[in-house]
Design a protein around this ligand. Structure first.
Ligand code: ASP
Ligand code: MG
Length: 408
């Protein structure tokens, strides 16, 4: 008998009808001869609604209380799914994060899983029960409720699969799997049969948010193979796993895009030790997440630094930089540009193939699309372009690498 962990996101349990569907799907999986443990999110919109309620009382509610509050969202949905299962004649039990033995450390609202004690889940499974576990929550050793960060139910599912040594971990969601590019933009995008953990992480950090990145890292660390698939149909999804030699035959696995980026360029900084540290330090202190960072030295011993960030952070970045720049040099100049987007091509095959960047840049050049900044990692090449061109850019690069065709 296989043990299957199924994770259902907020949309999949978003209404009573959908909860009935989830219960039906779990029953079917069980009737096929499997043991089933579901991990579920709060019904869609509930977590946001709870945060809104707390903020009506105060701008900055205590994070301890926010954790207690948010954890109720998932408790609501596990109880409802379990009730739905019972109406179908399935012997089931709902289980909170604490009862599932998910122990956490770190601060409230950003708990990290430190340890798992799956004994209650094992006991119930041995009794033949089907389990419904609350995602996104755990408990500290002292018994305080912790949540795991937004989207944290994915992490719960991976951790539960690891602790129970599940045979299969399915992330059931409102997309069919991981695609070579967003199919709403690139019509001939293809669903990938498999993708490596590292590629999945690069795609996620570049805007393709199929899953919370932290849970992919956790899966990689504990070797949990999982499948991203639709909760609405039975089509096979995308398997996410450690890379294997055959995977390198494909140069680019996928293209991802991220809109609403902005660039800040600072010039006229003296070319001396400590300058980058001061500038980046000011941005870090303002809690601005930078993405690309490009620095160079121009003539006359002046350096120039460009960074990209989400455009909503632009104002905050300018405010944080002003005083530092005034201190560093009287010729320091700051320029900003919004309305840019990032296009990333990701694939572990890049490590063993040359000319990848050239192919990508030529494809963009042939379409008359200008490249702003460029950054690379071992398995990713990313460029910025004007946001108005991002969709054309994605199609051009997707075509250039023949991603619409089944690899041979
Ligand atoms: N309900 C939580 C959230 O909305 C956790 C999750 O959905 O994974 O972030
Ligand atoms: Mg969610």
């Amino acid at each position: 008998m296989a043990l299957i962990v199924q994770k259902y996101g907020g949309t999949s349990v978003g209404s009573i009808d959908r909860i009935r569907n989830v219960a039906g799907r779990m029953k079917r999986t069980r009737d096929e001869g499997n043991r089933v443990v579901a991990v579920v999110s709060a019904m869609s919109g509930v977590t946001d609604e709870l945060i809104k309620l707390a903020k009506e009382l105060c701008d900055n509610p205590s994070e301890r209380e926010v954790d207690v509050l948010l954890a109720t969202g998932e408790q609501q949905s596990i109880a409802l799914v379990s009730i739905a299962l019972q109406t179908l004649g399935v012997d089931s039990a709902s289980i909170t994060g604490g009862q599932a033995g998910i122990f956490t450390t770190g601060s409230h609202t950003r708990g990290r899983i430190s340890n798992m004690d799956p004994s209650l889940m094992m006991k119930y499974l041995a009794e033949g029960k089907t389990l419904v576990v609350a995602g996104f929550q755990g408990t500290t050793l002292e018994g305080m409720v912790h949540t795991l960060g937004r989207g944290g139910s994915d992490l719960t599912a991976i951790a539960v699969a690891a602790a129970l040594k599940a045979d299969v971990c399915q992330i059931l969601t409102d997309v069919d799997g991981v695609y070579t590019c967003d199919p709403r933009i690139v019509k001939n995008a293809r669903k990938l049969p498999e993708i490596s953990y590292d590629e999945m992480l690069e795609m996620a950090s570049s805007g393709s948010k199929v899953m919370q990145s932290r849970s992919v890292e956790f899966a990689k660390k504990f070797g949990v193979i999982f499948e991203v698939r639709s909760s609405l149909n039975d089509n096979p999804g995308t398997l996410v796993l450690e890379e294997h030699p055959n995977m390198e035959n494909v140069v680019i696995r996928g293209i991802s895009i991220e809109r609403s980026q902005a660039r800040v360029t600072i010039s006229g900084i003296p070319d001396q030790p400590g300058m980058s540290g001061r500038i980046l330090g000011a941005l870090a202190e303002a809690e601005i997440n930078l993405d690309m960072i490009v620095s160079n030295i121009s003539n006359e011993d002046r350096s120039k630094h460009s960074f990209t960030m989400h455009s909503t952070d632009l104002g905050k970045a300018q405010a944080a930089l002003k005083p530092v720049l005034a201190e560093l040099s009287k010729d320091a100049k700051i320029e900003t540009e919004a309305g840019i987007a990032k296009l990333s091509a990701v694939g572990i095959g890049m490590r063993s193939h040359s000319g990848v960047a050239a192919t990508m840049f030529k494809a963009l050049g042939d379409k008359g699309i200008n490249i702003g900044m460029i950054s690379t990692s071992e398995i990713k090449i990313a460029v910025t372009v004007d946001e108005v061109h991002i969709e054309d850019a994605a199609r051009a690069v997707h075509d250039a690498f023949g991603l619409d065709k089944e690899p041979v």
